[in-house]
Design a binder for this molecule. Structure first.
Ligand code: 7PJ
Length: 287
């Protein structure tokens, strides 16, 4: 990243996240756990929570190394939720799963939620705002949690209206480099930082494809790369499939991201993705 003389990038072979050291010499799968009311049936808060926990445990059994708990939908066009509601949704789930020894990340843009999530046991803060909110860097710095810095153009409500870039790869790389530098300057060490080009966050299909092709350049900066393409609308555009029929497309996209240097893929379909990665690894290891 950056345009200066090439410094050999220091590659991290593990991610320091809370009490855990996540080995990144192998690709890892992050399972998505949405605890928004629309993501599970409307059977009441307790029912939703039990279902969420069971789903998370199944994803762990299926091979997810990280469970990403989110209480605010950042999908294009989603309406924001109140902070109190976000906290009420995610904290009990984070506490329960972290208490079972799982590596839990919290998908949030709010510093207050970050602090509470870390106190409840979250080992990773996954922020589509890349810690740009006032107080967000501090919230992470004062802990030993890792952070995933995601690139987003605009705001979830309107980001897909007319995304535009001069050079999407250059812009995303520069942004991630700047945010990683800001984190390191604040005392969040390299080993605690993951970067993510933010597929679908203010990007057209063409932008997403360009970024996916350029993933090796993004990874060359030396921070582990996380890629989230699971069930996203670009895959719907390519295949013509509705969201509930995008599993095969998502598995293909996850494999493509891993082949281009991503260390972690964020997915809904853990079991299928893990199987695909096993095949990819068996081939790769023999080379
Ligand atoms: C991403 C995310 C992503 C990271 C969402 C969705 C939208 N976090 N949270 N990367 N996407 N790090 O899953 O469709 O791509 S929410």
């Amino acid at each position: 990243m950056g345009n200066g003389p090439a410094q050999p990038a220091r590659l991290c072979l593990y991610l320091a996240c809370g009490p855990h050291k996540l080995d990144l010499t192998r690709p890892r799968v992050m399972g998505i756990l949405n605890v928004t009311p629309d993501s599970f049936s409307d059977g009441g808060a307790h029912f939703d929570r039990q279902r969420a926990l069971e789903h998370a445990r199944q994803m762990a059994v299926d091979g997810a190394e990280i469970i990403d708990v989110g209480g605010e939908s950042t999908r294009p066009g989603a309406t924001p939720v109140a902070e109190a509601d976000e906290l009420r949704r995610v904290l009990p789930v984070i506490e329960a799963l972290a208490g079972e020894g799982l590596v839990v990340s919290c998908d949030t843009r709010r510093p207050a939620v970050m602090r509470a999530a870390i106190a409840a046991g979250a080992a990773i803060i996954n922020d589509v705002g890349a810690l740009t909110a006032v107080g967000a860097v501090d919230a992470v710095r004062q802990s030993n949690a890792a952070v995933c810095l995601v690139h987003m153009q605009g705001e979830p409500g309107t980001m897909q209206d007319a995304p535009r870039y001069g050079d999407v790869v250059r812009d995303v790389r520069a942004f991630l480099a700047e945010r990683a530098r800001a984190c390191e300057a604040a005392g969040i060490v390299h080993e605690r930082i993951v970067v993510d080009p933010g597929f679908g966050f203010g990007k057209t299909l063409a932008h997403n494809l360009e970024l996916l092709r350029a993933l090796p350049e993004i990874a060359a900066a030396g921070y582990p790369v996380l890629a989230g393409l699971s069930r996203k609308s670009s895959l719907g555009t390519i295949t013509g499939r509705p969201v509930q029929e995008r599993m095969p497309a998502s598995v293909a996209a996850a494999l493509a991201a891993i082949s281009r240097g991503a260390s972690i893929v964020r997915v809904h379909d853990v079991r299928e993705t893990v199987d695909a990665l096993k095949v990819w690894l068996a081939i790769h290891d023999g080379e």
